[in-house]
Design a protein around this ligand. Structure first.
Ligand code: AMP
Ligand code: FE
Ligand code: FE
Ligand code: ZN
Length: 275
């Protein structure tokens, strides 16, 4: 059993349609794949139809953009009711916050002689539920200002960088509660990638476990071997499920983020389903 619990389609900042994503997951030899677009369930129906057709198990999920103490934290959520009104309203607020930030980002880009219009960005975000920084990066690439998404983030769009506007993120504890109340389970995504380690200390993760957090994404490209072994023992101490996933974004992230790059052990997947 090969299980990948974290992937993106073009309903957020991935580059494959939900159907392509699921077909490629099957071709990559996965038995189970989760679709986890940022803050949107818009890809679920198309992904499910394709999964039924090609014979792969689809886990319906999202990756929620949350904040804790001013730091960005990504929360994977699975198996909740997509029609839950409270969760839906919170996701809407995050998506709207992403779109509302766009004029501010474009004004800062113009100050750095990289003029772009909203239409330039929307041409890139296409069928996505909102236009995020990765789509701004794509528009910068299309205009010839940078070579690729990585360069756009490295030189300009990084957190608190030269082109940066904060946006709304759901309070982390509230997001865990909303997912639980909508009948789902949550797993903190790549907790110790980038600057996450300072925000999500072991004490904080213990608090989140008390609030109902079900698991930790341990095996992820942005975690070193050392970080993975530390997180694995923390998960064991707190009785949390351990997941491993690719965080595939199509061509929106490097080839090392290919489908099945990391996988979740079948017994951990079973534990997640039984919560
Ligand atoms: P936003 O939520 O619109 O502010 O955009 C954040 C998203 O940008 C994250 O979810 C990542 O998918 C993506 N991202 C963040 N940093 C990078 C990076 N260095 N290179 C490429 N994508 C990134
Ligand atoms: Fe992303
Ligand atoms: Fe993430
Ligand atoms: Zn992701």
């Amino acid at each position: 059993m090969r299980i990948d619990l974290h992937t993106h389609s073009n309903r957020s900042d991935g580059t494959d349609t939900p159907a392509e994503l699921v077909e490629k997951a099957r071709a990559a030899g996965l038995d189970v794949v989760a679709i986890t677009d940022h803050d949107s369930t818009a890809g679920w129906d198309e992904a499910q139809a394709t999964a039924d057709r090609v014979g792969i198990t689809l886990v319906r999920g999202i990756e929620i953009s949350t904040m804790r103490d001013g730091a960005s934290v990504h929360l994977l959520a699975y198996g909740f009711d997509p029609d839950d009104a409270a969760l839906h309203a919170e996701l809407r607020r995050i998506l709207d916050g992403r779109d509302d930030r766009l004029p501010g980002l474009l004004a800062q880009l113009a100050e750095h002689d990289m003029a772009l219009t909203i239409d330039d960005v929307v041409a890139q975000s296409g069928s996505a539920a909102a236009s995020g920084r990765p789509h701004v990066a794509d528009a910068m690439v299309a205009a010839g200002y940078v070579a690729d998404r990585d360069e756009a983030f490295r030189d300009w769009l990084y957190d608190n960088g030269p082109v940066y506007v904060e946006r709304y993120g759901a309070p982390l504890a509230e997001a865990i509660k909303l997912v639980r109340e909508a009948g789902g389970v949550s797993v903190v995504a790549h907790p110790w990638a980038r600057k996450g380690r300072a925000a999500l200390t072991p004490d904080v993760i213990a608090e989140l476990a008390d609030l109902g957090l079900a698991g930790i994404e341990v095996d992820h490209n942005n975690h070193s071997d050392e970080v993975r072994s530390q997180l694995r023992s923390l998960a064991a101490d707190l009785d949390l499920v351990v997941t491993g996933s690719s965080d595939y974004h199509g061509t929106g992230k490097g080839p090392e983020f290919h489908l099945g790059a990391h996988t979740t052990a079948p017994e951990q997947y079973e534990r997640l389903l039984s919560q």
